[in-house]
Design a protein around this ligand. Structure first.
Ligand code: TTP
Ligand code: MG
Length: 592
């Protein structure tokens, strides 16, 4: 016990140091400029755009027996978000209700907003359907030199005598972006301007609707103190903290850290304590394309297999359609259910998943999506039977279907026997230094294996083929590292240059080459069965490796290598042999 107390003391000291460090990093007031956007009464706005006659009437969006949101006309009459339909009608008998269970239009509009923000700045992180964080720190640094401002746009949280030029300019940028969202998409929004995601989110709803608010560093304590309940802080484990008797933000601020560490562990305790003090260093993580697509429905009771099948079929219908539009091919299918239990009404979900056979995956993304739904239904029912004993009575309250592990499809094969179909851009390793043999992605490994097989077969057929030396290969455009512009991702169209030190999404940091087959064919004569374009899509390190292996198996070149020093060749040959033995993936493919 003694030693653990000692550890606590050490942790406490370390944490205090960490906090002091974090706080001491903050004094440059607008070290970061983060914007948070939250669309006003989002679903209601989308419905008002679809049907302008709804603009001036009190409007509620109904899902089951709940009004999930309502426009501000309805809010003025006492209707609130998540009110029951009965209560809402009582408050406002003229309330017009529109069903909002089909999310298609909301989803489309949601991504249009994110895309619009992305066209301005690459650092955009989605939060749910109607919120986005944007890190404009760099834009501000650049603009500040040529466009200094002397005032804030919108509201400033609380009063302050000091001026913060970065945040002031940030407020102008936020106003410009809100205006763009309104002019181009017809949506009004609120924005928060602050030095972190946490603070920007907390301040953005201070004045609603269609307003924006800036939080200055000297008012952080004030806003944190004014929050009241811990639930107001995003990411707070309020239930666990409640069990410790902590209800308000100031409760947590004052709670001894050692006790918090004992309950939650050191990193978590420090994180929560930081949040309660308004300290949040988390970066804006650019959101790429969604990693999975899912659809679900909840209900009071579902207890017969036929109903389950019908519901899954219905969910799959729209999900497959969305997947087809997305264009990527899902590799994994997951089914989740929520079982009712009298003791725990909202007991947690249970899931089972399985790989999607390639022919079914292909159908999902092609025109034969009806066929795909039928086959997926059969997969789903197999998963269902693993979770629910259908011979006994059951009571479900939710079903969710999900596609994950989404992979970009390969371009159509250009020639018969082409290996193009093996290559999907997302199958390339994220890290150019990653060895292909260590890569676990099955389609990637298949692609590599297929290519090597072809190379090997061609080598046996064409013993007279000539190759450049390895030294040349190292200088060739094929052998380029990730820092080389050729190896980089497609250039962003944004006017803001990407910062290499910033986190980037997988889709943007793909190490696939962006073409360059002209370079390859100019330098190497690839075997006729190898599509140069496909070859050029391989990561640079893999191209190099294949060329190397290829060269190791080549016959003595017709043209002697002139630059070698005497005695070096024997040594090289030895090295080559050793290398070939040590890393002989080609040995998997015995000569035909
Ligand atoms: P919110 O941003 O919470 O609400 P809102 O945009 O409708 O209104 P506000 O002006 O206060 O920001 O949620 C965004 C959308 O998400 C909302 O329009 C409807 C939907 N939603 C649900 O489906 N379930 C929920 O529990 C909540 C809160 C919202
Ligand atoms: Mg909103």
């Amino acid at each position: 016990m003694e030693s653990s107390e000692d550890e606590m003391e050490v942790d406490d000291t370390e944490w205090k140091q960490h906090l002091t460090d974090s706080l001491s990093k903050r004094p440059t007031p607008a070290h970061r400029v983060i914007l948070h956007f939250d669309l006003d009464c989002f679903y209601a706005q989308v419905e008002m755009i679809r049907n302008p006659a709804l603009r001036d009437v009190p409007l509620g969006i109904q899902q089951k027996y709940i009004v999930v949101t309502c426009n501000y006309v309805a809010r003025q009459q006492g209707v609130t978000k998540l009110m029951s339909v009965t209560d809402a009608k009582q408050k406002c008998p003229q309330l017009v209700l529109v069903k909002g269970e089909d999310l298609t239009h909301y989803r489309v509009m949601s991504y249009q907003v994110t895309d619009l923000l992305l066209s301005f700045c690459p650092l955009v992180e989605r939060l749910g359907f109607d919120e986005n964080f944007v890190d404009i720190t760099e834009i501000i640094q650049k603009r500040l030199t040529c466009t200094p401002v002397s005032s804030f746009k919108g509201y400033v949280y609380s009063t302050s005598t000091s001026f913060h030029p970065e945040l002031a300019l940030g407020s102008h940028v936020a106003a410009e972006l809100r205006e763009a969202i309104r002019d181009r998409l017809g949506l009004t929004s609120c924005a928060g301007v602050a030095t972190s995601k946490l603070l920007a989110k907390l301040v953005s709803g201070t004045f609603k609707p269609n307003q924006q608010t800036t939080l200055l560093p000297e008012n952080v304590d004030h806003i944190m103190g004014s929050l009241g309940g811990l639930r107001k802080i995003p990411g707070m484990y309020s239930k666990r903290l409640q069990a410790l008797g902590l209800v308000s933000v100031s409760d947590l601020q004052l709670f001894p850290l050692t006790a918090l560490i004992r309950e939650l562990g050191s990193p978590c305790a420090a994180h929560l304590k930081n949040l309660s003090l308004g300290v949040d260093d988390s970066p804006v993580n650019p959101t790429g394309a969604p990693q999975s697509l899912s659809d679900e429905d909840s209900f009071k009771k579902m207890s017969c297999v036929k109903e389950v099948m019908d519901k899954i079929q219905q969910l799959l219908g729209s999900l497959v359609e969305r997947m087809r539009k997305d264009g990527r091919q899902p590799q994994t299918f997951r089914l989740s259910v929520r079982k009712y239990s009298a003791s725990n009404k909202w007991c947690s979900r249970e899931s089972r998943q399985c790989p999607i056979p390639n022919h079914v995956g292909h159908k999902i993304t092609s025109a034969s999506s009806d066929d795909a739904s039928a086959q997926l239904l059969s997969l789903a029912m197999k998963l269902f039977s693993k979770m629910v004993d259908t011979a006994a009575p059951f009571h479900l309250t939710l079903i969710n279907v999900c596609f994950s592990n989404l992979q970009s499809r390969a371009p159509a094969a250009s020639t018969r026997g082409s290996i193009t179909s093996f290559f999907a851009p997302s199958a390339c390793p994220q890290n150019p230094s990653q060895s292909p043999v260590a890569h676990s992605n099955v389609s990637y490994c298949l692609a590599v294996a297929a290519l090597r097989k072809i190379i090997h077969r061609e080598h046996l057929k064409n013993m007279k083929m000539t190759f450049p030396s390895l030294n040349n290969a190292a200088k060739s455009p094929i052998v380029r590292d990730a820092a080389s512009p050729k190896a980089g991702p497609t250039q962003s169209t944004s006017s803001v240059p990407a910062d290499a030190s910033r986190p980037v999404t997988a889709s943007r940091s793909s190490t696939c080459s962006d073409g360059g087959d002209a370079d390859i064919t100019a330098t190497y004569r690839l075997p006729p069965n190898v599509d140069p374009q496909v070859f050029s899509q391989l990561p640079a390190n893999l191209q190099t490796e294949l060329i190397r292996e290829w060269e190791q198996r080549r016959p003595i070149p017709k043209i002697p290598i002139l630059s070698r020093k005497p005695g070096r060749e024997a040594k090289d040959k030895k090295g080559t042999r050793r290398r070939s033995q040590a890393n002989s993936l080609l040995d998997y493919f015995k000569p035909a």
